[in-house]
Design a protein around this ligand. Structure first.
Ligand code: F3S
Length: 420
């Protein structure tokens, strides 16, 4: 790679050992992908925040101890636990201490303690065309596709290096030529009534991810009044069933004002269709619960927005969660402060719902779980739940999740795509 004089000085250790290590890693990454040079990014979102193994923790601590500091505004993905309310949630002490060490290392490097996987709603938000380096699959898909910012799918630890240097190799989705859609996916026989059921968007995302894989694909047929939280659910599902980093929704997303625009005037190599039948099958794959009860109802994957809390409090109004069910919601600290101030938190608490911040339901300390089945409004959670926690899961609309929690028995309302 061609390096500037300043970059060469960093590699010679003139700006300290943390910067030298970080840049050496980025140069290796660039050479692997054939990048010719590094480019500046304006912000970073670090995904290496969930404690997985000691190696990740030790890397973050080492960089912090070596004097590493973020060079650009840097936000943090969730921790595995609620870092503030851990006592109430029976977090084992060895799990807690490792998360606290990770928190300390990131704060020492001056990252912003956002602890959220929806940084595009409450974080350091990029604009259209901005070059950024983000980790976290749903956030990457959202930043690239819905906002039109530019990031590759940065893996854990690469994101720390990018934050310390404020640069990444110039390759992949940072470049216009790689943002072209090569595949076209059409919605077929999806009616207006189907779109009125919010549960359709994560199901469409799940199917889209399966079809697109790691290709940039265009999608036609999404209505123009789609809500931002539905797009969030679509992105999270698509990036969990496929390695989706960027997609184009024609007439919705900024690089897809027309089909020609996102195909860069070319013909798509492949054309696929998503039909009600495929939606029914996707729903079946996301429903592994065998009994008629779910003792855990969990929402907020990705973290809940103010609008999602407003909807939840409307649905639970005048009702109470059944004594056999635990109902968890995950969000970030700023939304938590907002619902605390306006009384939504009190209403949810009275109804028997617990709101967590900072954490991720898929990573919550499983040693303290004694659940048999989970219901969720997140296709991403339902997709990963069994492999990550050993728990069967059922994907459903928020309305059905609330009804299930209140009845203490699985409730499944009608969905128009189930009518043949
Ligand atoms: Fe966020 Fe964890 Fe879901 S990081 S998107 S809550 S799997």
């Amino acid at each position: 790679m061609r390096l500037t004089d300043e970059e060469k000085r960093i590699l010679d250790g003139k700006q300290g050992e943390a910067a030298r290590i970080a840049l050496a890693v980025l140069v290796d990454l660039g050479e692997l992908f054939g990048a010719e040079e590094l480019m500046t990014v304006s912000q970073v979102h670090i995904d290496a925040t969930l404690y997985m193994v000691d190696a990740g923790l030790e890397f973050a601590e080492k960089m912090a101890d070596l004097g590493g500091k973020v060079a650009v505004p840097t936000s943090l993905n969730p921790s595995s636990i609620d870092l503030q309310r851990w006592k109430a949630y029976r977090v084992p002490s060895e799990v807690l201490s490792k998360h606290k060490r990770l928190e300390k290392a990131y704060l020492k490097m001056k990252a912003a303690p956002t602890w959220t996987c929806a940084p595009y709603q409450h974080g350091i938000i990029p604009r259209f065309g901005e070059q950024i380096a983000w980790g976290e699959s749903n956030a990457i898909a959202f930043a690239n596709s819905i906002i039109g910012a530019r990031t590759n799918r940065y893996a854990d630890l690469m994101d720390i290096c990018a934050a310390i240097i404020g640069k990444v190799p110039k390759f992949g989705l940072h470049l216009t030529e790689n943002r072209k859609a090569k595949m076209l996916i059409r919605l077929k026989e999806i009616t207006t009534q189907m779109f009125e059921n919010e549960a359709i968007y994560p199901l469409l995302g799940y199917l889209f991810g399966e079809l697109a894989g790691d290709q940039v694909a265009a999608l036609t047929g999404i209505p123009q009044d789609v809500k931002i939280d539905s797009l969030k659910g679509f992105c999270a599902a698509a990036a969990s069933s496929g390695a989706v980093g960027l997609f184009h929704m024609v007439e919705i997303t900024p690089e897809a004002q027309t089909l020609e625009m996102c195909l860069h005037g070319k013909t798509p190599a492949n054309v696929y269709e998503i039909t009600p039948k495929l939606i029914r099958k996707a729903e079946e794959r996301l429903w592994t619960v065998k009994s008629d009860t779910a003792d855990l109802v969990v929402v907020g994957c990705p973290h809940y927005s103010p609008a999602e809390f407003v909807r939840l409090v409307q649905l639970i109004k005048g009702k109470k969660v059944h004594s056999s069910v635990i109902f968890w919601v995950f969000t970030n600290r700023s939304v938590y402060a907002w619902i605390k101030e306006n009384g939504i938190l009190a209403d949810l608490t009275d109804a028997g719902i617990t709101v967590f911040t900072d954490g991720c339901p898929l990573q919550y300390p499983k040693e303290t779980w004694h659940f048999t089945a989970a219901m969720t409004d997140s296709a991403k959670f339902a997709n990963y739940c069994f492999s990550q926690s050993g728990l069967d899961a059922a994907y459903a609309s928020l309305k059905d999740c609330v009804e299930t929690a209140v009845r203490g028995k699985i409730y499944r309302g009608e969905a128009p795509w189930r009518k043949k």
